[in-house]
Write a protein of this length. Structure first.
Ligand SMILES: Cc1cc2nc3c(=O)[nH]c(=O)nc-3n(C[C@H](O)[C@H](O)[C@H](O)COP(=O)(O)OP(=O)(O)OC[C@H]3O[C@@H](n4cnc5c(N)ncnc54)[C@H](O)[C@@H]3O)c2cc1C
Length: 464
């Protein structure tokens, strides 16, 4: 078990200004920010290569008032972005913390463009649920893998040493409570001590730790975990031993649209632009526009824990703009039907019920009307034959609870004081989604990874 060791005489062969635990978006962003201010930086990454949940993600980062938005003539502002986040979490996240992320994410993205040559553009094909403006930024490939590759390339140009296959097992602190560094372990069992003036926790949350999931998010204990398995919750485990303030451990991002059994994400854009979800009985069961996160729970409560995404040719074209969707299509996850009847037969649902469902939404679309779940339909996004279906299930993507941090991303103790030399960012820190699955606004994950990574990295020299 990960431990915090007290050792005033801690000595190490490696001495560094800044140790970063974890090499995802948060860790790499923090490394770039710290190194360009002159700090020597070591990233310790437990896997044999950089990846994390970041590389598994769609790589979409929400931000307002960026250069990319201005280039695309998108009129957005931070106040609206802040309100969208707070509206989705039902005002349950700390507004100061949310504001810190909103205020820093555009600085971070502009800085990644200007200083590190990472080019962003904003997706304008559709609005993500509950965002009031187009603000999802992506690298040209529109993938998380692309994002990690660009960040890693940028790190290669600075005084940043990336040590893969190095799992940090223990933090080390002095008697007075300052963090002095950490102890790492190689796959062959070799132990390495690292002495660091500052340690940044960028090791994400505890999605890969079944014990912590059962304890904090029991409704997802049997669900597929779709994030990075190396995220074992050390930030929370060490934080508890350090008497750190920990918040919203029951918060998480779920997703109600993972192709099953193919295990590929099917973009929610389909739902936002006219698609629907039905269960095995051929009937709808929710307002798909509330958000894909809470939809994980709705889908998992359907018969056999599955649903079908129903859409048409127009939406298929939209889906094909996304790497994951193309993967799902190539894996054979899409089922086609020239008519509703044929589709019902092909996916094995009751034809009469599905026909009724389709007639119902068609009538709503024709009248630009709202259904009994509260979803608005409109004529422009009416579904037309031929139809498509993908069988999906609900999954856990990543946890949202974690260590509470101040405006410099320093870890706060229960007493209210700061733990000297310790920072947290990304999924290691408490997020901006509150304590419930429904509080997750699209992009809250990379928002805290990149904004808090930037803040933590910049704080190293600022605070010295
Ligand atoms: C399928 C999917 C799609 C997603 N799409 C989006 C999206 O489009 N937009 C969005 O905002 N969010 C998205 N997310 C969430 C997003 O991926 C995460 O919020 C974000 O990547 C977190 O970044 P991070 O740097 O904190 O963690 P990670 O990227 O997971 O990096 C943490 C790293 O720490 C390493 N590590 C852990 N423990 C140790 C240790 N003890 N020692 C050494 N190394 C350690 C891990 O191996 C890992 O590489 C998605 C998630 C999934 C699963």
């Amino acid at each position: 078990m990960a431990e915090v060791i007290v050792d005033d005489g801690f000595s190490a062969a490696v001495e560094i200004d800044c140790l970063i635990i974890g090499g995802g978006a948060a860790g790499l962003t923090a490394a770039l920010a710290a190194a360009e201010d002159g700090a020597s930086v070591l990233i310790a990454e437990r896997e044999k290569q950089l990846s994390g949940s970041t590389a598994l993600s769609s790589g979409l980062i929400p931000a307002a008032e960026t250069r990319a938005q201005k280039r695309q003539n998108i009129n957005d502002n931070k106040k609206a972005f802040f309100e969208d986040i707070m509206g989705k979490n039902n005002n349950s996240a700390d507004p100061k913390h949310v504001n810190n992320c909103v205020e820093n994410i555009n600085l971070a993205l502009d800085w990644l463009e200007e200083k590190h040559g990472i080019q962003f553009h904003v997706l304008e094909d559709f609005l993500y649920p509950n965002h009031t403006s187009f603000r999802m930024h992506a690298v040209p490939e529109v993938t998380g893998e692309g994002l990690i590759n660009y960040l890693e390339k940028a790190a290669a140009g600075l005084d940043i040493y990336i040590s893969c296959n190095l799992q940090i097992i223990n933090l080390v602190r002095s008697n007075s409570g300052k963090i002095l560094g950490a102890v790492g372990k190689r796959p062959d069992g070799k132990i390495e001590n690292i002495s660091a003036q500052n340690t940044i926790l960028a090791c994400n949350g505890y999605g890969g730790n079944p014990t912590l999931i059962s304890e904090n998010i029991p409704e997802m204990k049997d669900a597929i975990y779709f994030g990075h398995t190396g995220n074992q919750g050390e930030a929370v485990i060490w934080g508890r031993q350090l008497d750190a303030k920990i918040g919203h451990l029951s918060g998480y991002q779920g997703h109600g649209s993972v192709a099953h059994p193919h295990g590929v994400l099917v973009t929610w854009a389909l739902m936002m632009e006219g698609g629907i979800q039905i269960n095995k009985k051929g009937v709808r069961f929710s307002n798909e526009h509330k958000g894909y996160s809470e939809q994980a729970v709705n889908v998992l409560s359907q018969p056999e824990k599955i649903a079908f995404n129903i859409f048409d040719e127009r939406l298929c074209e939209l889906g094909r703009k996304f790497d994951d969707f193309r993967k799902a299509e190539n894996a054979g996850a899409l089922v086609k039907g020239l008519t509703v009847k044929e589709l019902a037969t092909n996916i094995g649902v009751n034809e009469t019920s599905l026909s009724e469902t389709m007639l119902n939404i068609d009538a709503l679309a024709e009248q630009n009307a709202r259904d009994s779940f509260g979803r608005e339909f409109n004529i422009k996004s009416r579904l037309k034959p031929p139809y498509y279906a993908v069988r999906v299930t609900g999954a856990l993507f990543h946890t949202q609870g974690g260590l509470l941090v101040d405006k410099y991303a320093r870890v706060i103790q229960e007493s209210g004081s700061i733990i000297q030399g310790l920072y947290a960012c990304g999924g290691a820190a408490c997020g901006v989604s509150g304590p419930d699955v429904s509080g997750y606004l699209s992009g809250n994950g990379l928002l805290t990874a990149i904004s808090l990574g930037y803040v933590a990295g910049k704080s190293i020299k600022r605070i010295e």
